[in-house]
Design a protein around this ligand. Structure first.
Ligand SMILES: [Zn+2]
Length: 309
């Protein structure tokens, strides 16, 4: 007769934080915090629910990023933590979280290749940071609304436009059939330097329109510009341009991964371009960034070179 023995392992009492599965294995230890991997959904999590080397719970950090990218000021973020968790979190701590985890998430996002349509629209707008006028450049895919690349500069020269086109090419590792810009004189030269090809298969058309009088262009980009202008107010405390760059990229990440568009039937640009499947909030993105090794560091390095303000 067979004997049935119930084997109770240490792990069996642990539930996956994501799918509530109980088929769990140990996955290393950091300081006193044990990490686990779920065999059902493949995700990893830790015993104490925080990120490596962090004192406050994971939830606080995710909330801080959400509050910030939804336009809350430091004062409001601090007050919300006071009201809801009865903690007083310093300004420098909140900034550290935002910069650190935005950077990580932006870099993770860059490794995912969106499937885009064949028409992109490039554009530039003035934003105000530290009381100074900056040009914010962006290039967006028409069908998915995916924001492919952005660039921040004090000047509006052909060099700036060229840099920014290069970033779009680097980001997508592809080229569209058409790029639309306004009639600004610097665009044709910059466009030819980056996209010109003798080969028919690689040919890209440069189309210009009457700038922001044009209905298609305006409708497409204005939502992002609107939120950006409104939210750069919360960038005033950033003293270092590198931090400003990271946070600006953070807005792009937030826009691509977490902003639902009515045009996209309530979906996000990332979801429509096939890269947002497991990413529903900042927490998901940070988890992936922490647990997935970077596979494409060369692209990252090149990208960083373009990122200097
Ligand atoms: Zn699971």
């Amino acid at each position: 007769m067979a004997e049935f023995t119930r084997i109770v392992t240490e792990e069996s009492s642990i539930q996956c934080r994501f799918c509530a599965g109980t088929d769990i294995s140990k996955y290393g230890k950091y300081k006193d915090n044990q990490y686990y991997i779920c065999k059902t959904c493949g995700r990893k999590f830790s015993e104490i629910d925080t990120y490596p080397r962090m004192k406050y719970p994971r939830e606080y950090i995710i909330n801080a990023l959400n509050y910030y990218y939804n336009g809350m000021s430091y004062r409001n973020i601090n007050q919300t933590f006071e009201d809801m968790k009865d903690v007083d979190i310093s300004k420098s701590t909140i900034w550290r979280w935002i910069v650190k985890y935005s950077k990580m998430s932006n870099e993770y996002g860059l490794r995912l290749q969106p499937k885009l349509s064949d028409t992109w629209i490039a554009d530039e707008t003035v934003i105000d940071i530290w009381g100074k006028k900056y040009w914010f450049w962006d290039i967006i895919d028409t069908d998915t609304r995916f924001l492919i690349a952005s660039h921040l500069s004090r000047t509006r020269t052909q060099k700036d436009a060229k840099k920014f086109f290069h970033m779009a090419k680097l980001r997508t590792q592809t080229r569209p059939k058409k790029i639309l810009t306004d009639k600004l004189g610097i665009y044709p030269g910059a466009f030819n330097k980056v996209f010109y090809s003798n080969l028919k298969a690689r040919h890209v058309d440069h189309l210009t329109s009457e700038g922001f009088g044009s209905k298609t262009n305006t409708n497409l980009i204005e939502r992002f510009h609107g939120t950006l202008k409104q939210r750069t107010k919360v960038m005033r405390d950033l003293k270092k341009p590198e931090s400003a760059r990271i946070v600006l990229d953070g807005f792009v990440t937030h826009y691509n991964f977490f902003m639902e568009h009515s045009y996209l039937n309530g979906k996000t640009p990332a979801a429509v371009s096939g890269i947002g499947k497991d990413i529903g909030n900042w927490g998901d993105l940070i988890d992936l960034a922490i647990w997935e090794p970077i596979e494409n560091p060369k692209v990252m390095l090149e990208w960083e070179e373009f990122k200097v303000v």
